[in-house]
Design a protein around this ligand. Structure first.
Ligand code: IPE
Ligand code: IPE
Ligand code: MG
Length: 256
């Protein structure tokens, strides 16, 4: 992954950046409601917020950004809103992929894309193909994604491999399962951000966030801007990630 700005925008700050940030972009509907606008206006504003956040994450040297665009449960929304979101994904891809490409961003999608229209599936595949070799940052978009779907899909893949005699039951350990999930070999998120005030996971990356630092903010997604991302990253840098160890053990490791 990228080396540029790997640490921080402030040269005196040597604490490591999160390598991977996962975001639940929530609050578009409420943002619109406060402005007496239809909910979909909030989604449109949300796309602009995402563009700015991608740009800022790139400048901050964040290697991977995974954003929740549409959950497997969001199909339950009114048909008109779902339709608008699908059209918005296509337009946003058409309008922004070239720019992402020029900035060295590799775009990938996780989730069950077969439920999307052929047109959207093609826009997704085209974006992935165009940008696949890019190295500056990886932007993963979770669309028709659910954490349980992800785990269930991996189980089916692994069970099929066992049934075909390609794997032994004893091969199915945490590493193998993790690698079979949709983020594959990518490092797990270091920092999770949910905007919009709710403190829940909403079936996002269930397996992958086992040790992620969780940051919740009341800022509604369309209002979430570069300084808000900086605040979250600064908060992350204050965390002591113990992974089960004691603070004293970590101090020993640090001084070794
Ligand atoms: C998140 O914003 C966007 C999607 C789920 C697509 P919401 O639409 O959930 O906004 P609120 O939570 O109703 O404010
Ligand atoms: C989660 O937001 C999904 C996305 C942001 C795409 P929701 O607004 O759909 O979550 P719940 O249903 O309120 O938990
Ligand atoms: Mg919401």
């Amino acid at each position: 992954m990228i080396r540029r700005n790997q640490r921080s925008h402030n040269p005196e700050d040597t604490r490591p950046n999160p390598r991977h940030i996962a975001i639940i972009m929530d609050g578009n509907g409420r943002w619109a409601k406060r402005r007496h606008l239809p909910r979909v206006a909030g989604h449109k504003a949300g796309v602009n917020a995402l563009r700015d956040i991608v740009e800022h994450a790139l400048a901050r040297g964040i290697g991977i950004l995974t954003v929740y665009a549409f959950s497997s449960e969001n199909w339950r929304r009114p048909e008109e809103e779902v339709r608008f979101l699908m059209d918005l994904f296509i337009t946003a891809l058409q309008e922004q992929v070239q720019d992402l490409h020029e900035n060295g961003v590799a775009v990938g999608f996780i989730g069950d894309r077969l439920a999307f229209s052929k047109k959207l599936q093609k826009a997704i595949a085209d974006a992935e193909t165009l940008t696949q070799a890019n190295k500056a940052m990886r932007l993963m978009v979770a669309a028709n994604y659910g954490g349980r779907w992800d785990i269930a899909t991996a189980c089916r893949t692994l069970a099929a491999a066992v049934a075909a005699g390609k794997l032994e039951v004893t091969d199915l350990d945490e590493t193998r399962i993790g690698r079979t999930l949709s983020l594959g070999e990518l490092p797990e998120p270091d920092l999770f951000i949910r905007t919009g005030g709710e403190q829940r996971i909403s079936n996002y990356l269930l397996w992958q966030i086992a040790y992620t630092e969780l940051y919740f903010t009341d800022v509604l997604w369309p209002d979430f801007s570069a300084p808000d991302l900086d605040l979250a990253i600064d908060w992350y840098k204050e965390r002591q990630r113990r992974f089960g160890r004691t603070p004293e053990q970590l101090a020993d490791i640090d001084s070794a």
